[in-house]
Design a protein around this ligand. Structure first.
Ligand SMILES: Cc1ncc(COP(=O)(O)O)c(C=O)c1O
Length: 371
C-alpha cells in the first residue's frame, strides 16, 4: 500500500538529529516556550520573509489571535472562502465576528478576487485568503481591494510553508500570516504547533501577550489572554526540520512534476499551478466526477487517497446558522464533490509515483472504454 503521507519515512531520515534535539529540551526542562521556541520563531519568520514570529499551540490559534490583535470582534465581518479546512471559519467565529464567504476560482480553488468587492459592507474589517493545497492565492488583486477599502489581509498559510507568489514568500504578502505545524503539514511538529508572522511590532506584541494569558510580565495580566503557548519540544523538533524544508519542498515539487508528466494526455484532471506561483504541493488533488468509485478502485490497487474537503464550510451543520444554502458557491461545491488527493510527501519514490500514475490512468482508460 502506498500511504497518503509517510511520517515514518521522514522521521527515519532525521532520527538522530531529532532525538538529540528532544534530549536537549529534556535536559533543559524548558517545556513551554523557552529558548528553542524563541530561536525557531526568529528562524521561521526570516524563512517566510517576515520580521517577527510568535509561536502558538496550533494554526487555529494563530488565526484566532491574529484577528484579536487586529481588534476584530462582535459586529465585524471578515471575508474568506467556503472551500477550506473548517478552522479558517471557526477562528473568525471565536472572536465573535461574522464570516462572510466568497466563492473560489474554479481552476485554482483559491479565493476569487473578483468576488470580494460585492461582499464588502461597512462592517468588513479583514480578508483571509487561504493558500489552499500549498499554492498562493492571487494576492495582488486581493491586497489592492483590501487597501482600497481600508481592510486588513491575514494570510491563512497553514498549508503553504515555503510557497511563493511572484517571487515572494507567503507570510510576507499581507499584514499577518498564520501557519500550522500539524504533523502532516509540509513543516510538521511532533505534536501540535502554529505561528503568526508579521512585520508589525504592535500586532506581534499583542499576540505574544494573548498567547500567554495576556501577561506583560509574569502575573501582570493586561489583556484577557489564553494558554496558547508553543511547547519547547515542538520548537526544538521544528528547528531541526526547518533546515530540511527547502529540500523537502523541492522533492514534493519533483513528485508533482512526475505525476503531471504521467497524466499528460490521459484525460486525468491534474491540479493547475499558476505560472507565477511556487506551488509547494501540500496536497496534490486530481478531479473526478466519479470520485467515490475512483477512491475505492485506487484503494483496491494499493493507493491510499484523501479528500480535502468533502463538504464546503457553508454546508457543514456546525455553520448552518450562518444562513448560506446549497448552490450559493458553485465552484466550491463542485470542487468538494470532485477532488481526490493522491499520495504526496517528500520521500515518495519514482517507483511509487509510477504505480500511482498507472493506477489512475487505468481508471480513465476504463472510463473511456465504457463510454
Ligand atoms: C487552511 C487551514 N487553516 C487552518 C488550519 C488549522 O491548523 P491547526 O490544525 O494547526 O489548528 C489548517 C490545518 O489544519 C488548515 O489546513
Amino acid at each position: 500500500m502506498i500511504p497518503f503521507v509517510d511520517l515514518k519515512a521522514q522521521y527515519a531520515s532525521i532520527k538522530s538529529e531529532v532525538n538529540a534535539a528532544i534530549q536537549g529540551v529534556l535536559d533543559s526542562c524548558q517545556f513551554t516556550l523557552g529558548s528553542e521556541v524563541a530561536k525557531f520563531e526568529e528562524e521561521f519568520a526570516a524563512f517566510s520573509g517576515a520580521k517577527l514570529g510568535i509561536g502558538v499551540n496550533t494554526g487555529t490559534s494563530a488565526l484566532h489571535l491574529a484577528l484579536l490583535a487586529a481588534k476584530i470582534g462582535p459586529g465585524d465581518e471578515v471575508i474568506t472562502v467556503p472551500f477550506t479546512f473548517v478552522a479558517t471559519v471557526a477562528a473568525i467565529r471565536y472572536t465573535g465576528a461574522t464570516p462572510v464567504l466568497v466563492d473560489v476560482d474554479p481552476v485554482t480553488f483559491n479565493m476569487d478576487p473578483a468576488a470580494i468587492e460585492a461582499a464588502i459592507t461597512p462592517r468588513t474589517k479583514a480578508i483571509i485568503p487561504v493558500h489552499l493545497y500549498g499554492q498562493a492565492a492571487d494576492m495582488d488583486p486581493i491586497v489592492a481591494v483590501a487597501r482600497k477599502h481600508g481592510l486588513l489581509v491575514i494570510e491563512d498559510a497553514c498549508q503553504a510553508h515555503a510557497a511563493e507568489y511572484k517571487g515572494r514568500r507567503v507570510g510576507s504578502l499581507g499584514d499577518m500570516a498564520c501557519f500550522s505545524f500539524y504533523p502532516g503539514k509540509n513543516l510538521g511538529a511532533y505534536g501540535e504547533g502554529g505561528m503568526v508572522v508579521t512585520n508589525d511590532a504592535g500586532y506581534a506584541r499583542t499576540i505574544r501577550m494573548l498567547r500567554d494569558w495576556g501577561a506583560e510580565k509574569k502575573y501582570q495580566h493586561v489583556l484577557q489572554g489564553y494558554n496558547f503557548r508553543l511547547e519547547g519540544l515542538q520548537g526544538a523538533v521544528l528547528r531541526v526540520k526547518l533546515k530540511y524544508l527547502e529540500g523537502w519542498t523541492e522533492a514534493r515539487r519533483a513528485a508533482a512534476a512526475r505525476y503531471d508528466a504521467g497524466f499528460a494526455g490521459s484525460g486525468v484532471r491534474a491540479p493547475a499551478a499558476v505560472k507565477h506561483n511556487r506551488h509547494v504541493y501540500h496536497i496534490y488533488a486530481i478531479r473526478s466526477p466519479n470520485r467515490q468509485a475512483w477512491q475505492d478502485a485506487l484503494q483496491a490497487a494499493g493507493v491510499q487517497t484523501g479528500i480535502h474537503y468533502p463538504i464546503p464550510v457553508h454546508l457543514l451543520p456546525a455553520h448552518a446558522d450562518l444562513g448560506y444554502r446549497a448552490g450559493q458557491f458553485p465552484h466550491s461545491e463542485t470542487a468538494a464533490r470532485e477532488v481526490l488527493s493522491l499520495p504526496m510527501f517528500p520521500e515518495l519514490t519514482e517507483a511509487q509515483t509510477s504505480k500511482v500514475v498507472a493506477a489512475v490512468r487505468a481508471l480513465t482508460e476504463r472510463a473511456s472504454a465504457v463510454a
